[in-house]
Design a protein around this ligand. Structure first.
Ligand SMILES: [Zn+2]
Length: 545
């Protein structure tokens, strides 16, 4: 648990070197003590450019910190950036250096950390390190920063309550026997996620939790999620069927087709079923079919009254990241990740990427999306490709078979064009070898997260970033978080000019890559020795320097 200092733990007194002026924010002591009692370790991460500007001494700062600990209790680590904006250090937030250092000091990794802060710099630093962020705005926090934040809480005690609630919702400890093994052993479990590739990928952790206790896991998915389903570890068998109450372009309900599905589900012989959905989808039509198929225990998230269709009716507040939402349903059904597994997106091992991408370390630019509203405007994507190439990055443009024209236009003569030339598994392999991926909120962002590859997220705010942004992977969010398409869930942008993304400048993508520590490969020096000398490349020829 990482905490910003000024404006978050204590009232912001600019460049304060006086312990007498330290005032804790209301409720801070009790909130922090709740975290300590829950076994969480606490670090402060704070920019103190007053040191660089000579406005107070390090000794005065230490006196201030002693006073903070007097009021708020002990912190396990203090991480301070003493630099100013012009110093180009890697620790001044929004750079992620302090978050990395704090995670190290606490003996963990950024992906297991949450940073609570009061301004956009805190959130950017958290996301760029792969940590979670919760913004607690003050009256001086800008509306744009509030709109861009992955999560927002009204005050520090509320942020702490939310962290503890979410931790308890997926906590393995409450579901394990004393010997550490899974509490339940079951035969066959039918899991369901009938939507697109991205939806299936973010359900992966929930499915792995089920697989940890089940002898056999059968996944029911739709045609648009089939290829993603094949990438998930823990899935033994896949049933593909279009569900008319989930599919975005459904055919009329065909009674014969429904009877056939019920028969197919009955043939699985599942002991129970866990039905994963997005918050706007209902699990209840399928729950009825599962009852017709004789499945005795059915678990799902449902705000609608389920009657006797569900045995475990789970509820999740809005805004929880989708993978965590899936994990919390699995936990409610009695399934938690195995002790050796961790809460991260994972895929089956990737095959080798196509040879034309070259050595690892290239930047993947994926301009398209199944939903136009979440794709990068083509003209902007082409400018990004040129800017990346001009900065020395090797660029690989990817897209599905329907996007060949788009990827050819974007790649031009500066990038490798893989559009339509990979399966989803091939795309995952290409992403796995990338230094970073530049992509909208669509499937490949989750492939990148699963391979730990940093993401520059060109995020159209049609859905909440905290729920659908790349999960637990270093990320920089670009695009206008306050655009009129915010939270509309539209597939086609309703606003002329696609303004949420079209205002992005290629220079912002280059800045984002720098923040993520992704630098262009050093271009090879021209050979110092002419051909034909018989001296192998790289060998010392003495005196050449
Ligand atoms: Zn610094």
């Amino acid at each position: 648990m990482l905490l910003d200092r000024d404006g978050t733990l204590i009232e912001d007194v600019p460049y304060n070197g006086d312990p007498e002026k330290v005032r804790a924010v209301p409720g801070a002591r009790a909130a922090l003590d709740r975290l300590r009692a829950a076994g969480l370790r606490l670090a402060v991460v704070t920019n103190q450019s007053g040191l660089a500007r000579g406005l107070f001494t390090e000794e005065r700062m230490r006196a201030v910190h002693a006073r903070v600990e007097q009021l708020l209790g002990r912190f396990d680590a203090w991480l301070v950036c003493p630099h100013d904006d012009g110093d180009g250090c890697g620790c001044r937030k929004p750079a992620p250096g302090l978050v990395h250092a704090a995670a190290r000091e606490l003996g963990t990794v950024p992906a297991r950390c949450v940073l609570v802060g009061d301004i956009g710099r805190d959130m950017t630093a958290a996301l760029a390190a792969g940590a979670s962020g919760i913004l607690v705005p003050t009256p001086v926090t800008r509306p744009q920063e509030v709109a861009a934040a992955p999560q927002v809480a009204p005050d520090l005690p509320a942020a702490v309550a939310e962290i503890l609630r979410r931790r308890a919702a997926v906590d393995p400890a409450s579901h394990r026997h004393a010997d550490g093994g899974p509490a339940r052993q079951v035969g066959t479990v039918l899991v369901v996620r009938a939507d697109s590739a991205g939806d299936v990928l973010v359900t992966g952790p929930g499915i792995r939790a089920v697989a940890a206790a089940a002898e056999r896991v059968v996944l029911l998915c739709g045609p648009r999620g089939r290829a993603a389903a094949e990438l998930l570890p823990g899935v033994d068998e896949i049933i593909e069927h279009r569900l008319p109450w989930i599919d975005p372009a459904p055919d009329p309900v065909d009674p014969a087709d429904m009877r056939q599905l019920a028969d197919r589900l009955a043939a699985v012989g599942a002991d129970e079923a866990v039905v994963f959905t997005s918050f706007h989808q209902s699990p209840l039509p399928l729950a009825l079919l599962l009852r017709l198929a004789g499945v005795r225990r059915v678990s799902a998230i449902s705000d609608d009254y389920p009657g006797s269709l569900l045995d475990v009716r789970h509820r999740v507040p809005a805004g929880v990241p989708e993978p965590e939402r899936a994990l919390s349903l699995a936990a409610a059904a009695g399934f938690t990740l195995a002790a050796h597994d961790g809460p991260a997106l994972r895929l089956r091992p990737a095959p080798a990427p196509p040879p034309e991408v070259g050595a690892p370390g290239y930047v993947v630019l994926h301009p398209g999306s199944a939903a136009q509203a979440r794709g990068c405007p083509p003209e902007l994507a082409a400018r990004i490709a040129r800017a990346l190439a001009a900065a020395g990055h090797r660029v690989v443009v990817t897209g599905d078979p329907g996007e060949r024209e788009l990827t050819a236009e974007v790649a031009g003569d500066v990038a490798v064009d893989l559009g339509g030339r990979t399966s989803l598994a091939g795309l995952a392999a290409t992403v796995a070898g990338a230094g970073a991926v530049v992509v909208g909120n669509t499937g490949p962002a989750h492939l990148a997260a699963a391979h730990g590859v940093p993401v520059v997220s060109l995020f159209a705010p049609t859905v909440p970033f905290g729920q659908w942004g790349p999960w637990r992977v270093p990320t920089v969010r670009l695009g206008d978080p306050e655009a009129p398409c915010r939270d509309t869930r539209v597939a086609r942008c309703p606003v002329p000019g696609h303004p949420c993304l079209s205002g992005i400048e290629p220079g912002q993508v280059l800045d984002a890559l720098r923040l993520l520590g992704v630098t262009p490969p050093v271009r090879p020096e021209p050979p110092a020795v002419s051909r034909g000398t018989g001296v192998p490349a790289g060998a010392s020829i003495g005196g050449s320097g």
